[in-house]
Write a protein that binds this ligand. Sequence first.
Ligand code: GDP
Ligand code: ZN
Length: 360
Amino acid sequence: MSWLDPDDDLDDDFEDFDESSIRVRPNPKGNRPRTKRRPAHEDAQIGRVLGVDRGRYSVMLDEGGANERTITTTRARELRKTPIVTGDQARVVGDTSGTEGTLGRIVGIVERSSLLRRSADDTDQVERVIVANADQMLIVVAAADPEPRARLVDRYLVAALDAGIRPLLVVTKTDLADPTDFLSYFDGLDLRVFTSARGQMPTDEIGEALIGHSTVFVGHSGVGKSTLVNALVPTAKRATGHVNQVTGRGRHTSSSTVSLRYESTEGSGWVIDTPGVRSFGLGHVNPAGILASFTELAAIAENCPRGCTHLVDAPDCALIEAAQEGELSDTELARLDSLQRLLQTFADKAEASPGTSSAR
Ligand code: GDP
Ligand code: ZN
């Protein structure tokens, strides 16, 4: 399966997800879709959506409080077309006791601070919502077995930056290969990097970075993501070591997006594990969001001609001129390289099928 192959089985991975039936139009204004719905129920309690299973949403109420509990809910009829996903803050009414057999009702969703989305493929303008309110994305790649691919990481980075989510990178299996060359590729990015080897997982360091955050874990199958999740959250019991050849069906039964609480003496944070999501189509990505995350370069780019792509061959690009005139530091030059690579990732997908809209 090629990383760029739009026919890979990503869609199938979503079949058991409730979210899969939900398709929303991209928000032309950018990253922050807003919920217009006003809170209809003044008495509603607000809780965190931990997971979705066959139309039932588990919601944690009184998080961190004396009466913390996880209740099962359905969604109110009027929210039929509103995607509700892991990480959402839901307004809940009805029986919120959490007593076995009871069912609460979600009547609204609090405005999201971020939304991680994916298109079915690069040309697909229809997008799917995966995780709400995450503020970090932990990208897991292996130093070997499977071989790391920078392009794959670039695509995760684009998806994260576009959503306003801070990326972190973990390279696993450094007992099998030295990741130095691979990592040099990311020199120009504000990217915190962890390395992990069998028997030497940096769980304390990674854990510290999770405290106070909601971190979505992404990675291709086999990179050791489940092993890492289990080390961070011992109660998680994520299935590990599954073989690629497992039939789609078999794999689906065990894959669902879950919220897991990381806890240490220093504090706690949320780990959102997304087994079904191995890549993001970039159909909905807005290149301005990528540039915006390179703050100092974005300031220079304000002098670019309208509609400037900032790519290596862009005419009169203020960034390229600044580089040519020696006005950029080495760090800034490296960051410009990274920026151009990410923008190229975006441009390539636009060129892949100009003007075609997906049949799906
Ligand atoms: P996932 O598909 O990303 O969730 O990957 P798993 O956690 O299931 O791991 C895939 C395989 O890689 C399993 O056999 C793990 O034991 C193995 N593995 C995970 N981490 C490491 C590591 O740091 N070094 C080595 N050599 N193998 C690892
Ligand atoms: Zn430019």
